[in-house]
Design a protein around this ligand. Structure first.
Ligand code: NAD
Length: 575
């Protein structure tokens, strides 16, 4: 990988239509000539802006929201840098005002999927051979464009299209995606730096090759940052990508694609192919060039994708890397030494922010009977103050859930609770889909620690809580561990250190992201690499070196400087 030589400054200062990787490289091959073991700038987490009254960012965001709400975007397919409009269109609406059409998008079909394979293959030979610093420069430039001139646009698209508040959009579509791009460049450099030792007379090297083929990236609706990271993490490592975005969150995904184009990403490196998922992905699974899947979404869909890969296994040129971060049934378990005020805030923020539609959202809670009255009073008081509505009204804490299907699924769990003798709705339970898909924050008491609502992922603003006998702490930890099939996030609240230690130990495999006296949401890139095992995924930790390692296929090179010229070994000689 020794690439201290920078061949060009390709694309880093250019916007406009994408050029092929080859053309870009040729156009600027002689331009730079910079020689040195270059270091990626040390990343720091992008500061979260407050959007407080009177702040400049608030004014800018509000005016972008107004402009975007008044217009209807036209979202094309982007293949090989070309915008394609099939004329077979669908709509993107506001979840909190579902008659309001934000955008029309052009659906790709099997033909476009096959064209994307060709475009990706055409880009592969040049892009996979680019110096890694050149690739990193594209994504570092994208990070600065997003942090600066594109910030209000991508945040506004996330607020309107995914029903996020200004704060939830800011921490997702601005800060987390900027962090992914900046930190991943640094993590890539750390991977490349990792070289083997060499005995005298030789030089051993590791060549971190991109995968031979294309990577299929498929994102969920709930995080713009995840949508942006899934195609770009493999691309940073020299891979070409076909990105099948989620339909409901297409508006913000499209603007992320625009940022990448403006950052100088060569044509064909990431191909943006919205459309019906089975139709679009069918030809991709059948292609011998499928080299990897980078997925985030539900457990069931991930299992389908893995089966699709195994059904075609003998056709592939190389075994595809299958990386997926999936569902969760995230918990808080409180010890009797927990601080009730901190616990109540963690339940409310962790359970209801972004309408509980975070894979890490608190969904099941275990509270000792000795604390219950106090905690109950505090949580219910917070819930009374939470307002649900249009997130462009900045006083609102919760917007709408993403679509009708989500609304129906979540409300069916609430109905089930209403009819069950084991479950009692303590607060919330109301819902209306007249204007937007609104569901009140809902707290449900479960007598049975293994009721359906304590086990299944609901993915909405519903927290189910079980009150346990404070003397049964150890038994409760065992229950937390074996109640659900997932292993994504979890938290323990305790002031007693022995209780913290016991929870850390007994719940070691219950969560890939574990929190002590904090809510189990809000992982920050570079600080708490994110992902879980069991039914929650392959735990390849988005935004870390571990994830980037999945997108390279190392080649070991041994060069001997003065190879032997006599075939006989010394031991074969006569005395
Ligand atoms: P989803 O599984 O319904 O959809 C995810 C993506 O898969 C979408 O782009 C969808 O179009 C596509 N898809 C659906 N069926 C497909 C098929 N048969 N073939 C190919 N693609 C297909 O998930 P969602 O509702 O968008 O997101 C919510 C889920 O994502 C929750 O389960 C949540 O826990 C999970 N999630 C997990 C993480 C994590 O890091 N673990 C992060 C965010 C979301």
């Amino acid at each position: 990988m020794e690439s201290g030589t920078v061949a060009s400054g390709v694309g880093a200062g250019r916007s406009g239509p994408q050029r092929p990787a080859g053309e870009s490289a040729r156009a600027t091959a002689a331009a730079s000539g910079v020689t040195g073991l270059l270091r990626v700038p040390v990343p720091v987490n992008e500061p979260v802006r407050s959007y407080a009254p009177g702040s400049p960012e608030r004014e800018e965001l509000k005016s972008r929201l107004a402009e975007m709400a008044e217009s209807e975007a036209d979202i094309p397919i982007v293949i090989g840098g070309e915008e394609i409009r099939t004329g077979d269109t669908g709509q993107v609406v506001m979840p909190h005002d579902h008659q309001h059409v934000l955008a029309r998008f052009h659906r790709a079909g099997a033909d476009e999927a096959r064209a994307a394979i060709e475009a990706a293959r055409a880009a592969w030979s040049e892009w996979s051979a680019w110096d890694w610093q050149e690739r990193a420069a594209v994504f570092l430039r994208a990070a600065d464009l997003l942090a600066g001139p594109w910030r209000a646009t991508v945040n506004a698209a996330t607020m309107l299209g995914q029903s996020k508040t200004a704060h939830q959009a800011e921490i997702d579509s601005a800060c987390e995606l900027v962090d992914f791009w900046r930190f991943n460049a640094r993590f890539a450099a750390e991977i490349y730096e990792n070289q083997p030792s060499s005995s005298p007379g030789m030089w051993n090297q590791t060549d971190y090759r991109p995968l031979e083929g294309f990577v299929l990236a498929i994102n969920p609706f709930n995080f713009t940052s995840i949508a942006g990271n899934l195609p770009t993490a493999p691309a940073l490592m020299g891979n070409v990508v076909i990105w099948k975005p989620a339909t409901v969150s297409l508006l913000s995904s499209y603007y992320v694609m625009r940022v990448l184009q403006e950052a100088g990403l060569p044509a064909g490196v990431i191909n943006f192919v919205p459309g019906p998922s089975r139709v679009v992905t069918g030809p991709l699974f059948e292609s011998p060039a499928l080299a990897g899947i980078h997925f985030t979404g539900s457990t069931g869909v991930f299992q389908t994708l893995w089966k699709n890969v195994s059904d075609n296994l003998e056709n592939y040129r190389t075994y595809p890397r299958v990386v997926g971060e999936t569902g969760g049934k995230d918990f808080i378990v409180a010890h009797e030494s927990a601080d009730p005020a901190a616990l109540a805030v963690a339940i409310a923020r962790g359970g209801f922010e972004y309408q509980g539609q975070k894979c890490s959202a608190v969904s099941r809670v275990y509270v000792p009977d000795t604390l219950w009255d106090d905690v109950r009073e505090r949580v219910l008081a917070i819930m009374e103050d939470i307002e649900v509505g249009d997130p462009t009204d900045f006083r609102i804490f919760m917007g709408a859930v993403i679509d009708e299907e989500a609304y129906d699924k979540i409300t069916s769990y609430i109905e089930y609770a209403r009819e069950s003798d084991d479950l009692e709705i303590l607060s919330g339970g109301g819902a209306s889909d007249v204007e937007g898909w609104f569901i009140q924050p809902t707290l449900i008491l479960s007598k049975d620690p293994r009721s359906r609502l304590m086990c299944e992922e609901i993915f909405g603003p519903v927290v189910t809580l079980h009150v346990y006998d404070a003397d049964r702490w150890t038994e409760t930890l065992e229950r937390v561990d074996d109640t659900s099939p997932y292993g994504l996030t979890g938290a323990v609240f305790a002031r007693d250190r022995a209780a913290v230690r016991e929870a850390l130990s007994r719940l070691r495999n219950a969560a890939g992201n574990f929190y002590v006296n904090d809510k189990p949401t809000g992982a920050v890139v570079g600080q708490q690499p994110f992902g879980g095992a069991r039914a929650s995924g392959t735990n390849d930790k988005a935004g870390s070196r571990l994830n980037l390692l999945r997108w390279v296929s190392p080649r070991s090179i041994k060069e001997t400087f003065a190879p032997p010229t006599d075939w006989r070994y010394p031991f074969m000689k006569e005395k």
